[in-house]
Design a protein around this ligand. Structure first.
Ligand code: SF4
Length: 88
């Protein structure tokens, strides 16, 4: 109705996505995600597409036994190497 205050949660009452992305907490989270990657991910040809995915899913081990690999890794590698044409 005209003249009424906007409802909580309307687009005009929340920070922009850009502002949320630039919060120090977001940067800290992103750095922590990167710093926790196993070497297998750091050497991965398709890391740019996956970045090890969500930390909550990193509960398996790499082929050489390092912990912290995403349990969906095989699927991500297959999918990403297919659409990028890179060898996995
Ligand atoms: S595809 Fe697998 S190895 Fe590559 S970054 Fe993602 S989880 Fe790590």
């Amino acid at each position: 109705m005209p003249g009424e205050a906007p409802l909580a949660g309307c687009a005009g009452s929340v920070p922009s996505f850009e502002k949320l992305m630039l919060l120090p907490a977001q940067e800290t989270f992103g750095m922590a995600k990167r710093d926790a990657l196993p070497q297998y991910c750091l050497d991965c040809e398709v890391r740019f597409a996956c970045h090890g995915e969500c930390p909550k899913n990193r509960f398996t081990a790499t082929p050489d036994g390092e912990p912290g690999l995403n349990y969906l890794c095989a699927g991500y590698r297959r999918f990403s190497t297919t659409w990028t044409g890179r060898c996995g």
